[in-house]
Ligand binder design. Sequence first.
Ligand code: ADP
Length: 494
Amino acid sequence: MDLTELASLRSAPVPPAAHLIDGTRRAASDGATMDVISPADGRRLTTMPRGTGDDAQAAISAARRAFDDGRWSDLAPAARKTVLLRWAGLIEAHAMELAVLGVRNNGTEIGMALKAEPLSAAATIRYYAEAADKLHGEIAPTAPATLGLVHREPAGVVGAIVPWNFPLMIGAWKLGPALAAGCTVVLKPAETASLTLLRIAELALDAGIPAGVLNVVTGEGSVVGAAIAESRDVDVLVFTGSGATGRRLLEASARSNLKRVYLELGGKSPNIVFADAPDLDEAAKVSAHGIFRNSGQVCIAGSRILVERNTHDAFVDKLAAVANAMKVGDPLDPTTAAGAINSHAQLEQNLDFVAEARQAGRRIVTGGTRILEDTGGFYMAPTIVAGVRPEDRLARDEVFGPVLAVMPFDTEDEAIALANGTDYGLAAAVWTANLSRAHRMVRRIKAGIVHVNTYGGSDMTVPLGGVKQSGNGHDKSLHAFDKYLDLKTAWIKL
Ligand code: ADP
């Protein structure tokens, strides 16, 4: 990491942000702005437009025109590839600038943000760029007197609504395949993490992505996001965020044009530790990082540890040792292990979960409090709560903060019942040296991804998506193209 560059960027003034619509920077139609508060110190970083329904409509119309006139969708896929590769290169060249801006905006520790945000976004866009000219249609195995062709066509205008925890990474998971497929996009970033997405949209123009192909509108979800969801000109809606918003998006689709809606809605992911794990110290370290990095603001965070009873107490001690050794604080300090909580409201929500657990008599092993309040920033100590019961809110609902619920189990069957006993099904892990048990658990756990003897850290080659109320559809891998490409059959009599 270039520490000199980091030092020069950390307190650089951030000019007021603007929407990017049809290739131009624009204020809100009524001129309204909203403050961008840095969670690192609670102070105003800059302002951005408080978008209106008209702003969303302007962006949707621009995306519609850009799609319909073929300025992007009719390019040879190899030509889209060239432009997207150039974009990925620009994002990479601006990686430190983007990482620092993102950290000041959303509070993620810089060590993680640099890799997980601009560098991951560049890699994602490159992955889909390279795939753009390798997607083929099909010739169906019909009788000789007919020819059945299956075309794959770009689906049209994509509305993408993304969250604040990893705006570039998750944004790129949508933008990469959508743009490579030939779609045009209206992107709505989260209120507390819009700046870097606006910046990479500018870089997209520099790379040669035509005006109107990628539009970004900032503002409130209930205004800008809702306008995108209700629009009859949006063909596909892709979303990462809360279940409550996901439900609203499905309703909006039903009320409007039945646009396809793909949802990634978080989880309450079980991390199951058997006493025969190959290395319990490693399991404790990776598991603690799996919930405490980015202060637990990770959709696949391993927020429930289910641990075999005969090793429960020793394992909790190991977890607490790792948690207590983690440096929490200034997210722009490269030695920080966990940065700030994204917003004051999120911090309060995290603390409410702990207060409720405390009141119910659960054991707060470590943490449970706001820390570093004198900085003005929003920080919380890594928190472990033991003796959590399946009926507790802490065992069922996503906290989206650095709060780990620990529960003991006695048998494989009991571990499965606990693991599958929530409405979610996003991620999971199993720690065991017993190969048969590992495979049995992978089959029985209801989740989109099951890690074995690790947590997190997959790459672009595999899909990510949830089952049950964690959502539908998949980001990452070539499967992500399914959301952005329509199949069309040509049935030809010869
Ligand atoms: P979180 O609790 O993680 O902030 P949200 O679902 O509230 O999750 O936010 C995720 C994204 O959804 C953000 O970009 C937010 O602005 C947007 N959003 C929130 N409410 C709505 C809504 N009613 N319609 C459309 N988008 C929304």
